[in-house]
Design a protein around this ligand. Structure first.
Ligand code: NAP
Ligand code: ZN
Length: 350
């Protein structure tokens, strides 16, 4: 049965309606009617081939929530009617040491991305959540324990939530720690909420001074205009950890200067163009680190969803119809989003 989707046929054309096919659920599969799908800056990077290697047609979307409509014979953890989520991965090798440790995002044989990853099925690569339905191996399906009326605002947790939760946990954000979050976009606004809920002293760094009051409401203890040298200087040498979510090339020295001895600046943004080379002396004097982090494993994604349900955390969203997707991309490019666009997938039927 054809399923309605929105996707791009090339890097320089708008997304357009298209029909796609999904496999019939096999023994371990869960078939999901997608209710909502978040719009990640990675979708924009990939649709426009800013990272190179995009496979077309490209149907993006990896912040998926919806309702189970069928399960394979071997599926015991999910039942028809349940609300569930799917994030950035739909499969991995399941036998390498990374998978054995629950770090499927670092699968040594390459995890299968929710979209743009090679597969045996038509059209030869995976297709994401800007569609009416998806079929996913049950190991990559997540339980949603939030109240059902929050479902749209839960969708962004599947990527923006886990991508900030995982490094905050890994670098032990918590009471007594001073944590910076750079860029108050989809990822960054979740980073502020999560670091605050973990008990850290949170400083939000923004290039958009008008986001100041919002950042305080999201849970920041302080807000810094990262383009104001005096405001930056006031925090020199004071951070245990800084999480940088910026989607564009920028100067990293401005942030390594703010780290304490042994502090870490962790990058999660993956801009189209490289950052200017950081000054190594800034790291040497203070034994500081620049690190990277990629989403999070499936078990940790479930832990994050449960943490958010327990603490009443969801994303701040602006709902859009699928027909507004190109306008949403343009606004995201201009940092004009508060703070995540979420597609109402019912509008695919329009
Ligand atoms: P987003 O919603 O567009 O937010 C990015 C924020 O960065 C903007 O809102 C803006 O915040 C700031 N910013 C934008 N341009 C800037 C510039 N030129 N200089 C300084 N700051 C700038 O994007 P997102 O969805 O959060 O994604 C952020 C990045 O993370 C993307 O590159 C995405 O591909 C990547 N990502 C990585 C992973 C991973 O696993 N590592 C997962 C998902 C996404 P202010 O207005 O506050 O300055
Ligand atoms: Zn994403």
């Amino acid at each position: 049965m054809p399923i309605k989707a929105y996707g791009a046929t090339a890097a320089d054309v708008p997304l357009e309606p298209m029909d796609i096919q999904r496999r019939a659920p096999a023994a371990h599969d869960v078939q999901i009617a997608i209710a909502y799908c978040g719009v990640c800056h990675s979708d924009l990077h990939q649709v426009r081939s800013e990272w190179g290697g995009t496979l077309y047609p490209c149907v993006p979307g990896h912040e998926i929530v919806g309702r189970v409509t069928a399960v394979g014979d071997a599926v015991t953890r999910f039942a028809v009617g349940e609300i569930v989520g799917v994030g950035c991965m739909v499969d991995s090798c399941q036998h390498c040491s990374a998978c054995a440790e629950g770090l499927e995002q670092f699968c040594e044989n390459g995890f299968t991305g929710t979209y743009n990853a090679p597969t045996d099925e038509q059209p030869g690569h995976t297709l994401g959540g800007y569609t009416q339905a998806i079929v996913v191996d049950d190991k990559f399906v997540l339980k949603i324990r939030h109240p059902e009326d929050q479902l749209a605002a839960v969708a962004p947790l599947l990527c923006a939530g886990i991508t900030t939760y995982s490094p905050l946990r890994h670098w032990q954000a918590g009471p007594g720690k001073k944590v910076g979050i750079v860029g108050i976009g989809g990822l960054g606004h979740m980073g502020v909420k999560l670091a605050h809920a973990m008990g850290a002293h949170v400083v939000a760094f923004t290039t958009s001074p008008h986001k100041r009051d919002d950042a305080l409401t999201l849970g920041a203890d302080e807000v810094v205009n990262s383009r104001d040298d005096a405001q930056m200087q006031a925090h020199a040498g004071s951070f245990d950890f800084i999480l940088d979510t910026v989607a564009a090339s920028h100067d990293l020295d401005a942030f390594t200067a703010l780290l304490k001895r042994d502090g870490t600046l962790t990058m999660v943004g993956v801009p189209e163009h490289p950052h200017p080379s950081p000054t190594i002396g800034m790291l040497v004097f203070g034994r500081k680190s620049i690190a990277g982090s990629l989403i999070g494993g499936i078990a940790e994604t479930q832990e994050m969803l449960d943490f958010c349900a327990e603490h009443g955390i969801v994303a701040d969203i602006e709902m859009i119809a699928i027909q507004q997707i190109d306008e949403a991309y343009d606004r995201m490019q201009r940092s004009d989003v508060k703070y995540r666009f979420v597609i109402d997938n019912a509008t695919l039927a329009a």
